[in-house]
Write a protein that binds this ligand. Structure first.
Ligand code: C2E
Ligand code: MG
Ligand code: MG
Ligand code: MG
Length: 278
């Protein structure tokens, strides 16, 4: 009796897994086509100096509107690129080139420079030849080196910390800055953090939960910001949505901020307008 109860359930489970694998497969193929057919776009979200001051940089965030699947979030399609070395490299080179060209353009005639930050997945960051691809994008687009910032998550860095130190140094020698993204979620030890040539520390959005009312959360956040400052990094809080969060973060001494409170990620032509009025 037990077996017959398990049987259909297991089959349903298998069928569901099967469907998921199929969807992933179809989506991967669609993504390759999307790259060829310009179905992908980068949106840009400003990171502001001080509390709502001028822009320090804009973060490039990938968007995919697929004919077949509709809007697919980066949370779903970035892992697909990580499954295939070729797709991963093609995607990263596309992001690098788009982002560098965009930043070159938006800096024309700007009174103060606004850098571009791009997100790099672990499979790309640790790939032989990644730094060479960054170099190539800088040379072909002509973007000033100090206007490119590479964001890697703490999760990525702790995977292979020794290799990570090497790649970060290579990027720094080339004049490219690096940011540690989603900091506070990866359990990296402080002794490692001290060895890493990082320029920017982005405090993960999860630290904002309850921040306005929870004194302990405030002290933890202050501690993280202080670590960044002692290590001479620019500290950025990301994901700020309310004036209350902004006020608390300002009181905690956080210098730079990013979030829907000021700007959502936007297409390049909308960003142009925002830059003009900034
Ligand atoms: P991330 O790099 O930590 O980016 C921040 C995410 O938070 C973005 O989601 C952004 O739209 C969202 N966000 C910004 N401000 C707020 C806010 O005030 N409230 C809330 N609720 N959300 C906010 P998005 O664009 O969906 O990207 C998710 C993740 O996907 C990114 O996290 C990044 O890890 C990855 N990703 C996006 N584009 C790329 C890319 O071109 N390459 C790679 N490798 N990863 C990417
Ligand atoms: Mg990021
Ligand atoms: Mg982040
Ligand atoms: Mg994130």
């Amino acid at each position: 009796a037990k077996e017959s109860a398990l049987g259909p359930g297991l089959r349903r489970y298998e069928a569901k897994l099967d469907q998921q694998v199929k969807r992933r497969d179809q989506m991967s193929r669609a993504l390759i086509k999307a790259l060829e057919n310009d179905e992908l776009a980068l949106h840009y979200q400003p990171i502001l100096r001080g509390c709502g001051g001028p822009m320090l940089a804009c973060e490039a965030l990938a968007r995919w509107h697929s004919e077949e699947f509709g809007f697919v979030s980066p949370g779903e399609f970035i892992p697909l690129t990580e499954g295939s070395p070729h797709l991963c490299r093609t995607f990263t080179r596309w992001v690098l080139n788009q982002a560098c060209r965009a930043a070159l353009e938006w800096n024309l005639g700007m009174p103060h420079p606004v850098a571009v930050t791009i997100n790099i997945a672990g499979s790309e960051f640790y790939r032989q030849g990644f730094v060479a691809d960054v170099e190539e994008a800088l040379i072909t687009t002509g973007l000033a080196r100090d206007l490119l910032i590479i964001e890697v998550t703490e999760q990525t860095l702790i995977q292979h910390i020794d290799d990570a130190v090497g790649t970060l140094h290579q990027l720094r020698w080339r004049g490219v800055r690096c940011a540690l993204d989603d900091f506070g979620t990866g359990y990296s030890s402080l002794s490692y953090l001290r060895q890493l040539p990082l320029d920017i520390l982005k405090i993960d959005r999860s630290f904002l939960d309850n921040l306005a009312v929870d004194k302990t959360a405030q002290e933890v956040t202050r501690g993280i910001a202080n670590i960044g400052k002692v290590l001479k990094m620019d500290v950025v809080a990301e994901g700020i949505e309310t004036p209350e969060q902004q006020a608390v973060l300002r009181d905690l001494g956080i210098e730079h901020m990013q979030g829907f409170l000021w700007h959502r990620p936007m297409p390049l032509d909308v960003l142009r307008g925002a830059l003009q009025s900034a």
